[in-house]
Ligand binder design. Structure first.
Ligand code: BES
Ligand code: MN
Ligand code: ZN
Length: 511
């Protein structure tokens, strides 16, 4: 992982492979962004003109490389676009800084050290740039060891991530700046670990393997961990998780992570869908719909990352994280369309479509979470293709049993730079899940499928507990090219929102 430092050094004398500066879209062309004054001065104040000559406009995501001015120790200047220049007395917003830092960090892969001379007005800017660097520099190359080299050793493909980043303008002795950097580091490292889990192929990341990784990390960070294996799930009556996991040779697990703080006044429960591979089961997905379904444990990865990050930050809140882990496979022991499952809550569910498996594992975990009467429950899941159709691949949908709670979650998401949108739970869609045989069916009307799934989950939340459901099916896995600080593949969607919710709960401002 990239090492981050705060530095008061001046750009000219800095020993680095590159100096990153910002360029914004001004009314009359590109403008040099504050933080790069020394660099501009070394170009005799002509930097904006030089950038314009090179074709730069300052658009978000744009990257322009130019040779450093004479006398600079670093050979290269990298100008990254921040988008529109803010109004006179406004500063650059955190998300613009986060994205720009991410674009530059990714472009500098293969380098040892870069200095970031972006505008640092306050500690929040330090955190944003730090997060952008750490998240943007991320690469997943654990499985790339192809080319055997001539001398018999094996070299990895691709470039190593940027090794070191110095944030210029950051104050190494300022408590707020230091805290911002520590928070950015803890959250980004755990988020990147969630990405690793999502990107790990499903033949390696089985429910058992995921549980073992969670166990090791939890112990390392003083988080209590309890793993229910298949035998314990049978004993406990977790019919949803067992039903979904029953078709796979890799047996299911329910992992409970408990982070407690002696100063905590509130208890937040987080529940994650952890389908390590979703083939659809007997209701098999067609080709074209299953190639990326290793990402179906992204919700559990986000919950895991958020709990560990909260522990690293010592947040004054109790958090219980529930990872509902199973592999959805077709086989002679798989659940069939038409089967009825007796869930952990005691309700019966008629399985009409084995591909609607996420709600089954979540139902058991939501009910388990509810038994502890937490102050609030938030679940995260790659739950429905319908949510991707509704909101596209960058926003997640938020449903809740309480409008104020849904708004608070939405606000937290926007605050950390995770785009999301509130979705309703229309009562009339409930009757579509009426079953002639069981208490409820796992499928209803096709139209509004994301909301139907939300309504199903609501039935398994304990009475009176504020609950929100984040359907991250769109943003969890980036099938397109990298953008901003988001790589291809697993994105770590919802991790930052969950950490923010934990902080708000600690402050008594939520639930
Ligand atoms: N894991 C999928 C949802 C999904 C789709 C995640 C695309 C990421 C990208 C989920 O288990 C699923 O298959 N949902 C079905 C539900 C339907 C059968 C009621 C769907 O959305 O089609
Ligand atoms: Mn499915
Ligand atoms: Zn699924």
């Amino acid at each position: 992982m990239t090492a981050l430092t705060l530095s008061t050094a001046a750009a000219p004398g800095l020993r680095a492979d590159a100096i990153v500066i910002g360029v914004a879209k001004g009314a009359k062309g590109p403008v040099v962004v504050p933080g790069a004054e020394a660099v501009d001065k070394a170009y005799d104040g002509r930097l904006a003109g030089i950038l314009e000559t090179l074709g730069a406009s300052g658009a978000e995501g744009e990257l322009t490389k130019l040779p450093a001015p004479a006398g600079f120790k670093a050979p290269l200047v990298v100008a990254v676009g921040l988008g529109a220049q803010p109004a006179k007395d406004d500063s650059y917003d955190d998300e613009a800084l986060r994205k720009a830092a991410g674009v530059a960090a990714r472009a500098l892969a293969g380098n040892k050290k870069a200095a970031f001379a972006l505008p640092v007005e306050d500690a929040a800017a330090v955190a944003a740039i730090g997060e952008g660097v750490l998240l943007g520099a991320y690469t997943f190359d654990a499985y790339k060891e192809s080319a055997a080299t001539g001398n018999g050793s094996r070299a990895k493909n691709g470039k190593a991530p940027l090794a070191e980043a110095a944030l210029l303008g950051g104050k190494p002795r300022d408590a707020a700046h230091k805290a911002a950097l520590a928070r950015a580091t803890a959250v980004s490292e755990e988020l990147n670990r969630a990405r690793d889990l999502i990107n790990t192929p499903p033949n390696d990341l089985t429910p058992e393997a995921f549980a073992a990784i969670a166990q090791t990390a939890a112990k390392e960070h003083g988080v209590k961990v309890q793993v229910l294996d298949e035998k314990a799930l049978v004993k406990g009556g977790y019919g949803g998780i067992l039903g979904v996991g029953g078709g796979s040779a890799a047996t299911p697990r329910l992992v409970k992570l408990s982070y407690t703080n002696s100063k905590a006044g509130k208890h937040l429960a987080l529940v994650g869908k952890g389908i390590t591979y979703d083939s659809g089961g007997i209701s098999l997905k067609p080709p074209g719909h299953n190639e990326t379904m290793k990402c179906d444990m992204s919700g559990a990865a986000a919950v895991f990352a958020a709990v560990i990050a909260a522990a690293r930050l010592g947040l004054e809140v109790n958090i219980t994280g529930w990872l509902a882990l199973a592999e959805n496979m077709p086989s002679g022991t798989a659940v069939r369309p038409g089967d009825v499952l007796r869930m952990y809550s005691g309700k019966t569910v008629e399985v009409l479509n084995t591909d609607a498996e996420g709600r089954l594992v979540l139902a058991d975990a939501l009910w388990a979470a509810s038994q502890e009467k937490p102050d609030a429950i938030v679940d995260v899941a790659t739950l429905t293709g319908a949510m991707v159709l509704a909101l596209g691949s960058r926003l997640f949908g938020i449903m809740a049993n309480d409008d104020a709670f849904r708004s608070a979650v939405h606000e937290a998401a926007e605050e950390v730079g995770e785009p999301a949108w509130p979705m309703p739970l229309p009562e009339h869609l409930r009757k579509g899940m009426d079953s002639p045989t069981a208490d409820i069916a796992n499928m209803g009307e096709r139209m509004g499928g994301g909301l139907v799934a939300g309504l199903f989950l609501r039935e398994f939340v304990g009475e009176g507990i504020p609950w929100a459901h984040l359907d991250i099916a769109g943003p969890a896995f980036n099938e397109g090219g990298a953008f901003g600080y988001t790589p291809k593949g697993g994105t770590g969607s919802a991790v930052r929102t969950l950490v923010r919710l934990a902080e708000l709960t600690a402050a008594g401002e939520l639930g």
